[in-house]
Design a protein around this ligand. Structure first.
Ligand SMILES: C[S@@+](CC[C@H](N)C(=O)[O-])C[C@H]1O[C@@H](n2cnc3c(N)ncnc32)[C@H](O)[C@@H]1O
Length: 206
């Protein structure tokens, strides 16, 4: 099992509340444009937080379901964005939470928090919940980040940056290795608070 640290996220949301504001991230805006273009209607957001990256999809007529480890974040999402979204309380490690097939999955800044086994499981669990014509988009921190190499080395490219919080830093090679069999067709770079990769996969794409 991984270092999921539910208590870390719980206290982060209790202490810092709406720490990331209410604007969607750049990656969410780009993903929304892409999903609109592909007529995606039904999406899953693992690690949805308090929903700042969800509303843009709902504003474009997509139904959103989330998964979130912090109960406080789920309560905040309900307070700010209403009760129209199903958000499962639990860890993505325990996916699937339902038997639905989604035609879009957006997973922002979560996968790099997991260890190698759990990253692999998340990618395959997401892939399995896609419809035959579905797309999944992940964002993940890049080795170009200034924080790369700081903290205690845990394994190749993975560092303990705060107490118990470990991060895996991606490059194109590790993205190809991990997503290559999950329909990977495009890798782009996007700068959020750190340099990130936007990783696009399509079901059935080899
Ligand atoms: C870096 S934050 C991104 C939050 C959100 N997507 C946003 O930007 O508004 C990671 C999110 O994933 C959640 N999280 C972390 N580990 C998780 C896990 N194993 N399962 C589900 N959610 C998790 C955290 O509570 C947090 O909301």
């Amino acid at each position: 099992m991984t270092n999921e640290k539910p208590e870390f996220w719980e206290s982060a949301f209790i202490n810092k509340q709406e720490m990331l504001g209410f604007e969607p991230s750049k990656s969410a805006i780009l993903t929304n444009d892409f999903f609109v273009q592909k007529s995606i209607k039904n999406i899953l957001i693992p690690g949805i937080g308090y929903g700042r990256n969800a509303q843009i999809f709902r504003d474009h007529e997509m139904a959103v379901t989330g998964i979130e480890i912090s109960k406080t974040a789920i309560d905040m999402a309900k307070k700010h964005y209403g009760t129209g979204m199903t958000i499962y309380h639990g860890s993505v490690i325990d996916m699937p939470f339902d038997k639905h097939q989604y035609n879009g999955i957006f997973c922002y800044a979560l996968i790099h928090l997991l260890d190698a086994n759990d990253r692999k499981k998340l990618i395959s669990d997401c892939y399995n919940q896609l419809t035959d014509d579905g797309y999944m988009i992940f964002t993940a921190i890049s080795k170009e980040a200034s924080t790369y190499g700081q903290g205690k080395l845990v394994s190749k490219d993975r560092y303990e940056i705060f107490d118990g919080i470990k991060m895996f830093f991606y490059d194109r090679e590790s993205i190809n290795t991990e997503f290559g069999k999950a329909g990977l067709f495009e890798i782009t770079e996007v700068t959020e608070n750190y340099p990130f990769f936007l990783i696009k996969c399509r079901k059935g794409h080899q």
